[in-house]
Design a protein around this ligand. Sequence first.
Ligand code: BGC
Length: 728
Amino acid sequence: MAKLCFIVALLTVALFSCQPKENVYKDASAPIEKRVADLLSRMNLEEKILQLNQSAYMNDNPNNQEEIQTKFEPRYGSVIYFSESPKARNMMQKKAMEETRLGIPIIFGYDVIHGYRTVYPISLAQACSWNPQRVEQLCAIAAAETKSAGIDWTFSPMIDVSRDPRWGRVSEGYGEDPLVNGIFGAASVKGYQGDQIPYKIAACLKHYVAYGESEGGRDYAYTDVSDQALWENYLPPYKTGVEAGALTVMSAFNDISGIPASANHYTLTEILRDKWGFQGFVVSDWYSVAQLKAQGYAADDSDATEKALKAGVDMDMMDFLYQNTLDTLVKQGRVDVTVIDEAVKRILRVKFQLGLFDQPYVEEIPDSSRFLLPEYREQARLSAEETMVLLENKGNILPLQQKYKKVAIIGPIAKDKKALLGSWSGKGHAEDVVDIYQGLSDIFPAGTVFSYAKGCDIEKQLPGGFNEALKVAKEADVVILCLGESAGMSGENASRSTISLPAPQEALLEVVSQSKKPVVTLVAAGRPVGLTKIAPLSDALLAIWQPGVEGGHAVANILSGQVNPSARLAVTFPRTEGQIPVYHSMRNRARPYQGMYQDISTDPMYPFGYGLSYANFAYSNLSVSAPEVKGQTPFTVRVEVKNTSETTGRETVLLYMRDKVASISQPYKKFINFQQIELQPNESKIVEFTIKPNPAMAFTNSRGDLVMEEGEFDFMVKDLSTPIRWKK
Ligand code: BGC
């Protein structure tokens, strides 16, 4: 009897262990890959195809208004979520979790570009701070605010290297240098996502790739990019972003030398996945699959779907082409289900990594405890102070001395809160912004008397505006002239053929300067603007970019001297649009002594790395630790920096390298590293960089291999240079 019982028990155990475990994908303790595989095995074709779809139910992107659809389908993979309400989002999520067969959560996405409600300076400005730690903190704040609205995924950071200030989207990236874009892109990925599963929100590296090379600075335009340029300039920030763990990538609008980015197998599969091992998913940019038709690359909707999916675009943003055509494409044998399965797997993996299956809902908390907390505003102000670049300071007019009691604040930007909020400002509210007039009034010493005249509109003259401005200027001791662009003059679909400020603003400065009063000009903009007419008539010139909610306080702290400006340009300011492209890592002309422009200086107005401080810094004794290095032995480059002034200041030391002769000619100077130091009056410090020959002295060939060649190299800091030989 005992024997029989034992056999029955054995049989029961064997029977249970042979049966597939129920719902492994719902088991939070199971490994993610197992959960993905289990869920995929339970999905039918329709469910799979719907996962590849992203839709929106409200839309505040003015460039994409016409393509909105309103019906909510809870089996969609993703929704672009334009509301701030966690409640509405939780309701939608509940439908997905409870009213669909498998209960797959939706991933809600939104464009959080430089803050959600606490809007901080635009990315181009952030790069001028040379402070990636701050950017990481700001993105963590943005993630917290964003998640509180129920958004799991931001379409940011944008890491498109751009050397064309006519292109409106230059504001959204980290400037002209690939390394700088990589450094700041990685910092934002870390800030948004955190460093462990479940990640806070997913980051999205965009727009992959070479979108910043748009012809003539026109948005959505063709890009003629050689493989050499692709590998040297445009791919490196994406590689860094993938290494930083970004969960998603967005394929761009642009046609890359004949193969559009959203159907480019080479960039999306061979490079991104096969070479770099990217495990996340790729979402197309809004309508970029359908645009393959306009680009002359796809004959019809089915063709566009087939090309995009097979190239490596997993999720279709807003076209509904995958949804409408994939089923037939499978039936016709044009698309194999395994291709769909791969895309579904990638999307599900990210959902698991975000913890959406185990924690599909977000907490509903009141606005006062989720938005614009004092510590968030504090970070936004510190960032704004670190990003404003002092371009001119004649006779050290700044910081403004106490003798300037009567201050005239003139210009169309002085009270324009929206201009400071800037382009693509999430859920920022203009009334949250401290404008320049208010910032100065809050911070300048008691007894300062302010007067105000608008002078002109941003793009138009105002009747009597110039006369009033001149009168106000004459009655004051100093003029703070607030010029610049409106929020919408930069950003997506905001290209400009001229980079100078609108004519009425240039005229306003001419009029105001007739007062013979010192003029401190502030320029708020999302791009490098042409300043050839502005600089000569300004005693001081401060680029304040689009600084966000605390912009006015940051300006006041800098002008009053409570903060010493420390920002350095991460993008070159051309003199005129005729100089474009002009950037720091250009290659030498065949005749370095000839070939200059005959009508203007060939040098840019303000180069990459430029920026003044209230302190002065002297550089000396640049040296390398050995005149010759072999193999991969690390060595050091040192330079002495002295604060020769009576003011404490922060200096960013930028290190460049030149490979004098190579089998692929190299830039005259290539930016390779930086350090930021603070120096007390008359203090000096030795700044030391440890250099690993590879990658610092390597170059990239047109297949993306890093190549090292023996020979002579120079290391450069400011106008100092020191040679070194490298041998295998
Ligand atoms: C932009 C993207 C953005 C998307 C969703 C597109 O028009 O190019 O940067 O993420 O819209 O709003």
